[in-house]
Write a protein that binds this ligand. Structure first.
Ligand code: P6P
Length: 332
């Protein structure tokens, strides 16, 4: 009897574990952490797919630590991630965009060796317009030079110390992209089996791309160098297109796949920009660099920045190497 050929399925956890021997974190215990992220984002995806039907669209009437209106799905996404990651045994701290303070799951003793930082549902203000939104995550290891009780000492580490990072974009399909320092790999959620399945390994960002992505409504408030770049990029000889979704994960995912540059520069109102360093800029910068791209705050490499506060913001210029360097050349 002909047995049906099972399609070859490689999950995120299986893919990560294959790095055993190359990556010191490629352990089953770290895979258990990763499976907390994949489980949480599958639950979030299912909620988003049914958002209009489940009375979970709309605002809760609360504002978060950022002073932003909290959407119902924000709360669901945040609680889902905290619950799925809270019992993985090797996580000591959780840091969320939605919560003022870190969740101390257990002292950063040997068992609590990892810290997971996340923006549970970035771009959530787009939910009721059915625009692509996303979850962004970053994983740090306990800093052995920092005493266990010094929670902030374990959290405020520069981005180059990330062990892993990535995002899930909830769109026409649900796609997870991650890096652990050995390239960027993409997985598509197959709803028929409820698993993220490997779709593309070693994703490379094009070194150039004639797309620039910025909220032009703020252009008069940007630094002069940025305004000069925006004047140049609109010239016929430059030949660029403008694309701006207003959802960081969606704008970044397009930039990763098609090339170009995304930026959220500082404005007079937001001198440090709008986007957060620890759980937005750092994880996306890790992914960008691993794919051959560049991420800067306009003066320095994002991953070299020493965080001073958990929710601190940073200007962000991220994308194709040649395109980011073009922007930076106007800032000099
Ligand atoms: P603006 C969404 O609120 C978000 O945090 C990012 O997802 C997005 O890139 C940015 O803000 C959009 O901000 O000021 O252009 O609406």
């Amino acid at each position: 009897m002909k047995t049906t050929e099972m399609p070859f399925i490689k999950t995120v956890e299986r893919h990560f574990l294959e790095r055993k021997g190359h990556n010191p974190h490629a352990t089953t215990e770290f895979c258990w952490l990763l499976s907390g992220i994949t489980l949480a984002t599958k639950i979030i995806a299912s909620q988003i797919q049914r958002a209009g039907l489940l009375e979970i669209v709309g605002e809760t009437g609360q504002t978060n630590v950022q002073g932003e209106e909290v959407q119902k799905l924000d709360v669901i996404a945040n609680e889902t991630l905290v619950r799925c990651l809270g019992y993985r045994g090797n996580i000591g701290l959780l840091v969320s965009e939605e919560d003022e303070e870190p969740h101390v799951i257990q002292d950063a003793t040997e068992s609590g060796k990892y810290t997971v930082l996340f923006d549970p549902l970035d771009g959530s203000s787009n939910i009721n317009a059915n625009v692509n939104i996303g979850t962004i995550f970053s994983v740090l290891q306990r800093d052995p030079k920092v005493e266990d009780k010094n929670v902030m000492g374990h959290v405020l580490q520069p981005g180059y110390k990330q062990v892993a990072a990535g995002y899930v974009v909830y769109g026409s399909s649900t796609v997870l992209a991650y890096t652990a320092g050995y390239g960027v790999h993409m997985f598509t959620l197959d709803p028929s089996i409820g698993a993220f399945v490997l779709a593309q390994e070693n994703v490379k960002m094009p070194t150039s791309g004639k797309i620039y992505s910025v909220n032009e409504a703020n252009s008069r408030k940007f630094p002069v160098g940025v305004q000069k770049y925006l004047d140049w990029v609109k010239t016929d000889e430059a030949g660029y297109s403008s694309r701006y979704i207003g959802s960081l994960v969606a704008d970044f995912h397009r930039t990763l796949i098609r090339g170009g540059v995304f930026m959220y520069p500082p404005t007079k109102k937001a001198p440090n920009g709008k986007l957060r360093l620890l759980y937005e800029a750092n994880p996306l910068a890790f992914v960008a660099e691993q794919a051959g791209g560049v991420a800067s705050d306009g003066h320095q490499r994002i991953l070299d920045k020493q965080p001073q506060a958990m929710h601190e913001r940073t200007p962000l210029i991220i994308g194709s190497k040649n395109e980011v360097e073009k922007v930076l050349s106007f800032l000099k």
